[in-house]
Design a binder for this molecule. Structure first.
Ligand code: GTP
Ligand code: MG
Length: 604
């Protein structure tokens, strides 16, 4: 029997998990000498690479001193926290990575809390000790206190600490003495993390995760906790409510290096991928056909937010996308829920519109961005936070912990912005040469806050948040203070007219851009919306005046990212997304119709 260690790498976003797992893979000799690999081979889809974040967790393995170490790289962004919680079920221990400057952050607390509750043995890795101003000793203290406060057992508190720099590729016992490799960490793993127990008996595997392939469809991933799984075996799949389905294992794969390897059987303790199980769900148990025994189900994270997705019906529809009909939109969304676990799709009274439920702005924006890259055109409405009601019928809303690290000079502005949105300042303390601020704030208040904070702090604030609990509704929050500049007609915008309107606000378009009636082309510097004409050309004088726009000076247009736009739009606006463009528009393009329907948006 092969000795196996199962370990998950967990941390706050960007603390260096994927970089470390990459270095571990590079270190173990799974590459042939002539093969070359770039950095972050693990963040392998386009969006992950571009944004530098991990979106889905990944299984890899290395062999070290005759031991197979299964490693699960997890996403650190809080929208994907439910995923981390689930995959921890496959591990016997965790490497908790903490940035040697930033220290414990909201997501560190969340993932560590989950790991401790499951009884997993932690190894603390204080990463990024190459950073100037890093404070590894303080961070070590902080994490010890955090573990204590989270109720760690004596044994868990007796965790080993490894210092190092994933980026420079070293790990060692002392942060002041760099080594030249990461074997110290691998040794610590095999000494500290218990070997996966081998339990004989009827086979049991719980499906904790899934993969998707265009060829074989959905692939179930989980850990064998008892017995052995065999290719071709007839098994039982125990579903919710103890419903039993007969299934057959078509193919089995284990994780080897960066890939998967087809195997005839999987021993107890190993993590594997199973094909051939149709209609399975996360939490189902794959078990013996004669004596089916289920493992307690795991809950999949509930959505916290929804957005309306609709077909593009702007005057510019169909110019850039391949997939534009309601049928396309519908099929694509329903295909997505087969693999995107925390996503829900609900039909509405119109076949052109769907309510899409997700875990947060990032979770939904990843879907929207993926769809536009695939050639879809669509429009989305303002993201809505989901409320709950307690037994007495009182409205509860999601409340989050918000952490902002900011230079001292601008801390006051951040506090003001958060307080306006019902944020309550709980902690304010120095951290290096920054101020560390912690708030409790309704999720509603966070929508759009990031761009305001970045503007107020000249881009210097580092901001993260994470869901805390549902709490009584905290009252109305002022929405975006400024109104919109709306285009009166259709056609290309002229430099002359934009120049004339510059004192009214800032523009999202530049001269030459084609715009349509009802499109939001800028932000008014007052509270109300106004309709403006940006198509007027300079009056001709007695001379031919064409091209005489050259001497006007126009402030550069404001460009929003997809997430910024999603957070920016108002209730009566849509964000139009096509493969090449993003435009904000009024839902009712015609001014009179807009006025007639305004009451619909004022109720809520
Ligand atoms: N200075 C320094 N930078 C590091 C180190 N390790 C990682 N980084 C950088 O930190 C950034 C984030 O690294 P990732 O490995 O993607 O972080 P992650 O924890 O996987 O992030 P998520 O998956 O999004 O939660 C990258 O720009 C890395 O180059 C380190 O030891 N020192
Ligand atoms: Mg990562």
């Amino acid at each position: 029997m092969q000795s196996i260690r199962n370990i998950a790498i967990i941390a706050h976003v960007d603390h260096g998990k994927t970089t470390l797992v990459d270095k571990i893979i590079h270190a173990s000799k799974i590459f042939r000498d002539n093969q070359e690999f770039g950095d972050l081979i693990l963040d392998n889809n386009d969006l992950e690479r571009e944004r530098g974040i991990t979106i889905v967790s990944k299984n890899v393995s290395v062999r070290y001193k005759d031991i197979k170490i299964n490693i699960i790289d997890t996403p650190g962004h809080s929208d994907f926290g439910g995923e981390v919680e689930r995959v921890l079920k496959m591990a016997d221990g965790v490497c908790l990575l903490v940035d040697a400057f930033e220290g414990a952050m909201p997501q560190t607390r969340f993932v560590l809390g989950k790991a401790l509750q499951l009884g997993l043995k932690p190894i603390l890795v204080i990463n990024k000790v190459d950073k100037e101003n890093c404070r590894p000793e303080e961070v070590h203290e902080e994490v010890f206190d955090l573990m204590f406060n989270l109720g760690a057992t004596e044994e868990q508190l007796d965790f080993p600490t490894v210092y190092g720099s994933s980026k420079q590729g070293w790990m060692g016992p002392d942060w002041k003495t760099p080594t030249d490799n990461i074997t110290y960490l691998l040794d610590t793993i095999i000494e500290t993390i218990p070997a996966a127990p081998v339990v004989e008996g009827n086979p049991q595997m719980q499906i904790t995760s899934l993969d998707y392939s265009a060829f074989v469809g959905r692939i179930a991933i989980g850990r064998v906790v008892r017995g052995t799984l065999k290719e071709g075996a007839n098994m039982a799949l125990v579903k919710a409510g103890d419903v039993i389905k007969k299934v057959r294992i078509k193919e089995l794969q284990t994780f080897e290096g960066l890939g998967k390897q087809k195997v005839g059987e999987v021993q107890c303790g190993d993590i594997c991928a199973v094909t051939g199980l149709e209609d399975f769900e996360i939490g189902d148990t794959l078990t013996d056909a004669e004596n089916p025994e289920a493992i307690a189900r795991i809950a999949v994270d509930e959505p916290t937010m929804n957005m309306l997705f609709t077909i593009n019906n702007s005057p510019f529809f169909g110019k850039e996308g391949k997939f534009v009909t309601s049928r396309h939109l519908r099929d694509r969304l329903y295909k997505e829920i087969e693999k995107n676990l925390a996503l829900r799709v609900e039909p509405t009274d119109s076949e052109d519109r769907f309510l899409v439920y997700g875990r947060g702005i990032l979770h939904l924006s990843v879907l929207i961005e993926t769809m536009r890259r695939e050639g879809y055109e669509l429009q989305v409405g303002q993201p809505q936070v989901l409320y709950k009601f307690d037994d007495n019928g009182n409205r509860l809303e999601p409340v989050e912990t918000l952490v902002v690290d900011v230079p001292e000079e601008t801390a006051g502005k951040v506090i003001e912005l958060a307080t306006q949105r019902k944020g309550e300042l709980l902690i304010m303390e120095p951290k290096g040469d920054l101020q560390h601020l912690e708030f409790e704030i309704p999720s509603r208040g966070l929508i759009g806050l990031r761009s305001n904070v970045l503007t107020a702090t000249f881009g210097e604030a580092v901001m993260t948040h994470r869901f805390k609990s549902f709490e009584p509704y905290k009252g109305a929050i002022p929405e975006r203070i400024n109104g919109s500049l709306i285009s009166m007609t259709s056609g290309p915008a002229t430099a002359y007219s934009i120049d004339k309107l510059q004192d009214r606000g800032v523009f999202f378009i530049e001269p030459g851009d084609e715009v349509y009636t009802g499109q939001v082309i800028g932000e008014h510097n007052r509270q109300n919306d106004i309709v403006v004409n940006v198509q007027t050309a300079k009056q001709l004088t007695n001379m031919r005046a064409s091209g005489s726009d050259t001497n006007v000076r126009i402030a550069p247009k404001i460009s929003f990212s997809l997430e910024e736009s999603m957070e920016y739009i108002q209730k009566d606006e849509y964000l139009e997304v096509t493969p090449k463009s993003m435009r904000i528009r009024k839902i009712y393009l015609d001014e009179n119709e807009r006025k007639r329907n305004q009451h619909k948006f004022e109720m809520a």
